[in-house]
Design a protein around this ligand. Structure first.
Ligand code: SF4
Length: 231
């Protein structure tokens, strides 16, 4: 993949504006160790960070390390994680993840992407969040917001999250990677919504290739259509 200097300049301008808009960005999930962030991230699927933050103090007090959670009674864990939804799947996931971590890494979360994604149930997105937030290492986590926003802005034409991540890695220097995801996620939540983007109030409008901009709050929602990059 070859990236032109102009594409890099455009990408830098976009990120600079998002940095001004969101000067500090951190995950809203509460954690005290990489393992706790791994577990909290698994629990955060399909629910709010607030809900996870209410559940994890109870979870980590009862099972304070992967060694304990690996051998926990699933029914007891289910009762604790119940408020986060999908509690059976999530219980199985955090127990299996902890057991895998104990068995292969002695309970220590590895600080590199390849070994992190080798853990049971850990994908690139979760691994990248842990690298950035818990270890302070450069990584780009691509979720639905990052994918949608970067496609609309024309930073990538890719749909597959791993390819979006690769495109962003090409566009930005490694020193910038850690601040990218959280800013695009925040921007996707408060401005570039999937169905009701606030294009009329968008600091990136002049940089945006999205053809169906909503130029007033009363404009109809964006319909999903192939190639437009919603979702
Ligand atoms: S102009 Fe609209 S579609 Fe483009 S980045 Fe801004 S909010 Fe998103």
């Amino acid at each position: 993949m070859s990236v032109t200097p102009e594409a890099r300049r455009n990408a830098r301008t976009i990120l600079d504006r998002l940095r001004r808009r969101y000067p500090t960005v951190r995950t809203a999930l509460h954690f005290a160790s990489p393992w706790q962030l791994l577990v909290a991230t698994v629990l955060s699927a399909q629910t709010t960070d607030d809900t996870v933050n209410r559940v994890v103090p109870v979870l980590f007090e009862r099972w304070p390390s992967p060694h304990e959670l690996a051998v926990a009674d699933p029914e007891e864990v289910e009762a604790v994680v119940h408020p986060t939804g999908f509690f059976r799947q999530k219980t199985r996931a955090v127990i299996e993840l902890s057991a895998d971590l104990v068995e292969r890494f002695g309970g220590m979360v590895p600080a590199d992407l390849e070994r992190l994604v080798s853990l049971k149930g850990v994908g690139r997105k979760t691994a990248s969040v842990v690298l950035t937030e818990a270890f302070g290492l450069p990584a780009i986590a691509v979720d639905t917001h990052v994918g949608r926003v970067t496609r609309r802005l024309g930073l990538t034409g890719e749909g597959d999250p791993a390819k979006v991540e690769a495109a962003l890695r090409e566009l930005y220097p490694e020193s910038a990677w850690s601040g990218i995801s959280m800013r695009f996620i925040q921007f996707g939540r408060d401005t570039c919504d999937a169905r009701k983007p606030r294009c009329y109030d968008c600091v990136l409008r002049d940089r945006c290739a999205f053809p169906d901009k909503r130029m007033s709050p009363d404009a109809p929602p964006v319909m999903s259509r192939s190639g437009a990059g919603e979702g």
